[in-house]
Design a protein around this ligand. Structure first.
Ligand code: PEP
Length: 259
């Protein structure tokens, strides 16, 4: 069975002091975390990544960046490259989040370059895809996912699923409180796994973790992650409070025993 992954995307929240307070609490929690089938990831803002790596280094918690530049290096004011992130010993990098697609004009082609840079620099991308409300309502969900996957993973050769995490995040469910039903999420994620099967074969398709993201909270996480093709959650709002975040990790520990 694939391990479950519970990832918190903090977006542009928490200053240094709030970050430290959360991470110290998470560190104390994680020092007692022994369930290897439940992995934990946090994605603080860029300025605090090194602090997070340092504070969590003797725990199983891994740190992710929230985005990366599509450029390698040079005159790109304000951007942060994959090699810079890798030099912090980051394990993961979120790529293609719907907010980056919406506000930073991340196209599928740009996301493809970002994915290549992250993998080349030895980090694991958490590659976000998902349809908008009008796309779902007009029956185009699979068509959108197919396009995002085909262009996003173009020329990316995976010999093992361990190099990639995919997050299915329907745009209409992000930050809206309107979570997909477990059946809607499972259906989309089975489609994604089938894409991986066609492109990379069974070994990769069986090992890539596919997360669900979109208004996940303690009261809905368990039935979502119990679905066969859902291997954890990418969580925004509810990951900002330590007690909610650790409650969701505890629920994942229960889920992994019965999955
Ligand atoms: C996200 O930002 O990836 C996300 C899923 O946010 P939220 O949990 O707040 O919907």
């Amino acid at each position: 069975m694939r391990p479950l992954l519970i990832a918190g995307n903090w977006k542009m929240n928490k200053d240094l002091f709030e970050t430290l307070a959360f991470l110290q609490g998470l560190r104390a929690y994680a020092q007692k975390h022994k369930e290897e089938r439940v992995q934990i990831v946090v994605a603080p803002a860029y300025p605090f990544l090194l602090t997070a790596v340092d504070l969590l280094k003797d725990t199983p918690v891994k740190v992710a960046a929230q985005d990366v530049s599509s450029n390698e290096d040079g005159a790109f004011t304000g951007e942060v490259s994959a090699s810079m992130l890798a030099s912090l010993h980051l394990s993961f990098c979120i790529v293609g989040h719907s907010e980056c697609r919406q506000y930073h004009s991340d196209t599928d082609d740009v996301i493809n370059i970002k994915l290549q840079r992250v993998i080349k620099n030895g980090m694991k991308p958490i590659f976000c895809i998902g349809e908008k409300l009008e796309e779902r309502q007009s029956g185009r969900t699979n068509e959108v996912l197919q396009r995002q996957l085909a262009i996003g993973l173009n020329e990316i050769n995976l010999s093992a699923g361990k190099d990639l995490v995919i997050a299915y995040e329907p745009v209409w469910a992000i930050g809206t409180g309107q979570v997909a039903t477990p059946q809607q999420a499972q259906e989309a994620q089975a489609f994604i796994r089938n894409f991986l099967l066609q492109k990379y074969g069974a070994e990769v398709a069986d090992t890539v973790q596919i997360l669900y993201g979109g208004s996940v909270k303690p009261d809905n996480i368990k039935e979502i992650i119990l679905q066969p093709d859902i291997d954890g959650a990418l969580i925004g709002g509810a990951s900002l409070k330590l007690d909610l975040f650790t409650a969701m990790i505890d629920l994942a520990k229960e889920a992994v025993k019965i999955k």
